[in-house]
Design a protein around this ligand. Structure first.
Ligand SMILES: Nc1nc2c(ncn2[C@@H]2O[C@H](COP(=O)(O)OP(=O)(O)O)[C@@H](O)[C@H]2O)c(=O)[nH]1
Ligand SMILES: [Mg+2]
Length: 491
């Protein structure tokens, strides 16, 4: 069932029970019913900070005429909103529930908007939030035990992650609600991801976009002087000399073809060019499970963290995941990975510190096959001081898993740290030549103004970027979408 069909079904009630009850109550209380002056917006990007206020009972608000068909069917609870006896005041529970009902029905029919309303005034995890979540499930006609199961599982996940405040887990909560309530709205989900991306790359955007804006306002045509200054901006944003030259050639070409030298057209041209650069389709190959993903990259780039994030995603998609500790150099590395396995709910395979990583990979492969796993995530070490050894070690791991399981490793994923700027380029070259890289995951984009390196990496290696890391939390790993990235960067 489509999102809106489901929505209409869940929320539209011919008798409009909730509204009736509320109107009756207001009449009894002598509250005047007046039209809300601000109608619900037709469509808008979700606002995370500015939350639509949940209308408390004492606020006289009537349904805007523009959305008469969105009537929540809060059936079992709703009539209770109207006091049975004229002298009975509503209990606090009835009060917030009626307020929520009204606010929800007036909101744009999007899960993101509803969630804003549900968490309005709630600081963090705890009974208040659970109660409000249960109410949302009920209002949408989901069985009570489903709500309780959802809440229990979410609560234990929060405990595992150590999250307390709503801001830390709101995005994850929306994701889970969309899945649990079958309210996946592609556009809403895209908005959520875009917002996250946009926030994540704000430092880079500030660096690039502010300077581009300055450049555009100080030039009346796309002349040599303009291009020279633009090149400087690219270098500052760590796009790198070679990639900057190539990018500028392409942009000049585009401007010429479009027959414009108007700075007003420049951002559109740049956006189109970036979209094309990022349009490297990931290699898709038929995988005979278990799929094997081998994570490579130098120390500290975020391999272990990213494995944890990927495992959590896969687990949430219902895949059976095994994580193997191929970085046997330090006991702490094994322990760190085990913590991530626990957080994500994946199974964990490790051997003693100092064991040959290829032996770990070999046995993990065995376990993944015999245990019927869908996905094996192989962590590896990244000690660059023993460069030749490292590359030999990685090649050996590839060989042994390939012998055990046809096509494995199916994805050799290079993790690079966006904050290292131009180093990311040399690392990509090194690993690609020595081991062969299928895709790139770019981490720590949130912590850098030098995200321009993503352009260079893509331009020079023609490797797809599949995910970007925008923080240290599980949900901070985002599928990379070049179009969104270009848009987020330039708006
Ligand atoms: N801000 C931020 N930190 C990250 C990201 N990914 C990883 N980190 C942090 O980077 C550090 C090194 O990560 P780790 O996974 O141990 O790197 P490894 O040595 O490659 O396994 C840890 O403190 C992580 O929390 C990211 O996308 N953003
Ligand atoms: Mg590690």
């Amino acid at each position: 069932m489509g999102f809106f069909t489901k929505l209409k079904k869940a929320w539209a009630s011919p008798e409009d029970v909730a509204q009736q009850a509320l109107d009756e109550y207001k009449k009894e209380q002598g509250i005047e019913i007046e039209a809300k002056d601000e109608p619900a917006p037709e469509s808008a990007a979700p606002v995370v900070e500015a939350v639509a206020p949940a209308a408390p009972l004492s606020t006289p608000v009537a349904t805007p005429v523009s959305t008469p068909d969105i009537a929540p069917d809060v059936a079992p609870e709703a009539p209770a909103v109207a006091p049975q006896k004229s002298d009975a005041a509503p209990t606090p529970t009835e009060d917030w529930q009626a307020g929520l009902t009204l606010a929800l029905r007036q909101a744009e029919p999007k899960l993101s908007e509803w969630l804003n309303i549900i968490v309005e005034g709630v600081e963090g995890k705890g009974p208040a939030l659970w109660e409000r979540l249960a109410f949302l499930f009920k209002a949408l006609g989901a069985p009570e035990d489903e709500a309780q199961k959802f809440i229990a599982s979410f609560e234990s996940w929060l405990d595992n992650m150590g999250y307390e405040a709503v801001v830390e887990f709101k995005s994850e909560l929306q994701y889970r609600l969309a899945l649990a309530l079958e309210l996946e709205d592609e556009e809403d989900e895209r908005d959520r991801l875009f917002l996250k991306l946009s926030e994540g790359i704000s430092k880079t955007r500030e660096q690039i976009t502010k300077r581009i804006d300055g450049l555009l306002s100080s030039h009346s045509s796309l002349n040599d002087d303009f291009w020279e200054e633009f090149e400087e901006i690219l270098i500052m944003a760590d796009v790198g000399m070679e990639a900057a030259t190539q990018l500028m050639d392409n942009l000049k070409d585009r401007a010429r073809k479009a027959g414009t030298d108007d700075p007003n057209d420049f951002k559109d041209i740049l956006r189109d060019e970036l979209e094309e650069i990022f349009n490297v389709p990931p290699r898709i190959q038929a995988v005979n499970p278990p799929e094997v993903l081998m994570m490579i990259g130098v120390n500290g780039v975020g391999k272990t963290t990213t494995i944890g994030k990927l495992a959590a995603r896969a687990q949430m998609q219902g895949r059976k995941v095994l994580i193997a500790a191929g970085d046997t150099f330090r006991a702490a590395a094994i322990e760190q990975l085990e913590v991530w396995a626990k957080r994500s709910g994946a199974d964990f395979f490790a051997k003693a510190e100092g064991t040959d990583p290829a032996a770990v990979a070999f046995e993990a492969m065995d376990k993944a096959i015999s245990g019927g796993y869908d996905l094996l995530l192989l962590d590896t070490a990244g000690r660059l001081q023993t460069k030749t050894n490292l590359m030999e070690e990685l090649t050996k791991i590839k060989r042994v898993v390939g012998k055990k399981h046809e096509g494995a490793p199916h994805r050799c994923v290079l993790v690079i740290d966006a904050t290292t700027g131009q180093n990311a380029l040399s690392q990509t070259k090194l690993f690609n030549e020595a081991v062969g890289v299928d895709e790139i995951i770019l981490t720590k984009l949130d912590g850098t103004a030098k995200g321009g390196v993503v352009v260079a990496v893509t331009l020079q290696n023609k490797l797809p970027i599949t995910f970007v890391g925008l923080g240290e939390k599980i949900e901070d790993l985002r599928p990379f979408n070049g179009k969104d990235f270009a848009k987020a960067l330039l708006t």
